[in-house]
Design a protein around this ligand. Structure first.
Ligand code: PEP
Length: 252
């Protein structure tokens, strides 16, 4: 069985002190003996403080986005090396909010992903359909295109570094969750694309997180599905009271 990876995407939430208080609570819970990988993804400006606070902890720290270029005239953007410089090791790429509000396409996702891998940053690549696309019966077509175009040109060695997140857009921040069966169906489809694109062995090793209103009361059923290898959690990752039960959900 693949090791679970539960990641908290803080988005544009929290202030420095409440972020550090959350980290203190998470550190008490997540020791080296934990049978699950845990990550936090604070806003860029808190990355260094959070990475320092987690220096002696197995909890990993990542950015919510990065720019694909090394440096240059890209006002307001952050490069991969800058993320590494402040002690973060991971990066979320192609979150639906980036696609929806900041015009990211499968092509920019692909460029960012390759840049992240070049820097040795561990990427979480997000894919998922909108409600209209699901209702039109296009889920499979949309998600396959996102996976194929987003991962285009990767070597097998690069594919082995990947984590994917299936996040149906209609379930993000809405309180609506895909049923475990709906999520499992798409996860299995994504894994079959990975097998076709790389190899069965590589596909079997790649972790696919589910994201979309994961909460303490639905996490264990979702994480119990054969192809769901963790969760990318937004709202419920902002408090220890909600995030810790999700981290522990498969143990129950
Ligand atoms: C997310 O940020 O990726 C997410 C899934 O958010 P939420 O858990 O709030 O739906």
């Amino acid at each position: 069985m693949r090791r679970l990876f539960v990641a908290g995407n803080w988005k544009m939430n929290k202030d420095l002190q409440s972020g550090l208080d959350l980290i203190t609570a998470l550190k008490e819970e997540v020791g080296d003996d934990k049978d699950v990988d845990v990550g936090v993804f604070p806003p860029f400006v808190y990355l260094q403080a959070v990475a320092r606070a987690l220096a002696d902890s197995p909890i990993v720290v990542g950015a919510q986005n990065m720019h694909q270029e090394e440096s240059g005239a890209y006002t307001g953007e952050i490069a991969g090396q800058m993320i590494l410089d402040v002690g973060a090791t991971h990066v979320i790429i192609g979150h639906s909010e980036r696609r929806q509000y900041f015009g990211e396409s499968d092509q920019t996702v692909n460029a960012k992903l390759k840049a992240a891998l070049d820097y040795g940053l561990a990427p979480i690549v997000c894919v998922g359909e909108t409600l209209d696309q699901r209702e039109a019966g296009d889920t499979e077509a949309v998600v396959s295109t996102q996976v194929e175009a987003g991962l285009a040109g990767l070597t097998d060695e690069q594919a082995e570094q990947l984590v994917l997140a299936y996040e149906p857009v209609w379930a993000i921040g809405t309180g609506k969750t895909a049923t475990p069966e709906q999520a499992q169906e798409v996860h299995a489809m994504i894994r079959s694309i990975l097998a076709r694109t790389f190899s069965s062995a590589i596909a079997e090793g790649i972790r696919i997180q589910y994201g979309g209103s994961v909460k303490p009361d639905n996490a264990s059923e979702l994480l119990g599905q054969a192809d769901i290898d963790g969760a990318l959690v937004g709202g419920a990752s902002l408090t220890a009271e909600q995030f810790i039960p999700i981290i522990n959900a498969r143990e129950q």
